[in-house]
Each structure stands twice: as C-alpha cells, then as structure tokens.
Design a binder for this molecule. Structure first.
Ligand code: IDP
Ligand code: MG
Length: 140
C-alpha cells in the first residue's frame, strides 16, 4: 500500500467539481485517509512548490494556487502515486483532452496552468507534500 497527496485546485473548487473528483478516486478503489479545505498563503504556496522556483511559470503558479480555496486529500492504494498521476492525466488540460479524454485534467481543467488538480509525482514528493499539508493527527 502506498499514499499520495492530491490537491483539488482553485479552478476546480470554484466549478463545484470537488465531489465528482473525490468520487472518481473512490470508484477507482482508493481510500481517503485525510481531507481538508483551506486557502494557501503566498508563503505557503511558494514553499509547497519550491522545486519550481526557477521555472518561468513559478509566479503564475503561486498566484493561481493562492487565488481561492483548495481541497487536499491523502489517498491510499496499491501503486497509488503512479496510478493517481495516470488518472489525473498530463499537465496541460488541452493535451489531456486529446490524449487522455477521461482524465481529471481533461474533464475539469482549462490549460497548462489552470489544470484542476495536483498529485505527488514520486515517493520523494509525497514524503515532502503529505506532512506539509497534514499533521500527524489529521491522517488516519
Ligand atoms: P504537474 O502538476 O503535472 O506535475 P509540473 O510541471 O510539476 O506539472 O508543474 C506544476 C504546476 O505548474 C502545473 O500543474 C501547472 O499548474 C503549473 N504549470 C506548469 N507548466 C506551466 C506553464 O507552462 N504555464 C503555466 N503554468 C504551468
Ligand atoms: Mg509536478
């Protein structure tokens, strides 16, 4: 069993897609081990995405992620990190609509930036991201 972090981004929360997205993961056989809604401060968003600090889109990413509330969850399942990345689809929602039409980013995202959902991309990322968002007492 493996655990991964997802964050339903401000665009998808605003669209009212939280329930549908969580349902999809439940249908795919994952168990929700932690769940909460919050809004990132600028400092928190910068630190969460620190690996991207030299990327040209860093500023845009931080602005987007602080633009409204998000919903984060810890999901558990076999091979969870890889399988959840597959279910969310490629980074660019337009590409996702061409190559992975049933993916979450194809269904709920707009483009490369506003792409509905984050998911940990490796064991290393999950080990940084889960305790960044959830304290020990908030995780089952
Ligand atoms: P990922 O979320 O699929 O792992 P990353 O390359 O790690 O994609 O980028 C992190 C996030 O930064 C993306 O989910 C997206 O919101 C944003 N992003 C990535 N590339 C661009 C871009 O070219 N323009 C604007 N935002 C971007
Ligand atoms: Mg990434």
């Amino acid at each position: 069993m493996e655990r991964t972090l997802i964050i339903i981004k401000p665009d998808a929360v605003e669209k009212g897609a939280v329930g549908k997205i969580l349902d999809r993961f439940i249908e795919e056989g994952f168990e929700i081990k932690a769940l909460k809604m919050f809004r990132f401060t600028e400092d928190q968003a910068k630190r969460f995405y620190i690996v991207h600090k030299e990327r040209p889109f860093y500023r845009e990413l931080v602005d987007f992620m602080t633009s409204g509330p998000v919903v984060a969850a810890v999901l558990e399942g076999e091979d969870a990190i890889r399988r959840v990345r597959e279910i969310i689809g490629p980074t660019d929602s337009e590409e996702a609509r061409r190559t992975a039409p049933s993916s979450i980013r194809a269904l709920f995202g707009t483009d490369k930036g506003r792409n509905a959902i984050h998911a940990s991309d490796s064991k290393e990322s999950a080990d940084y991201e889960i305790p960044f968002i959830f304290s020990e007492l908030e995780i089952l």
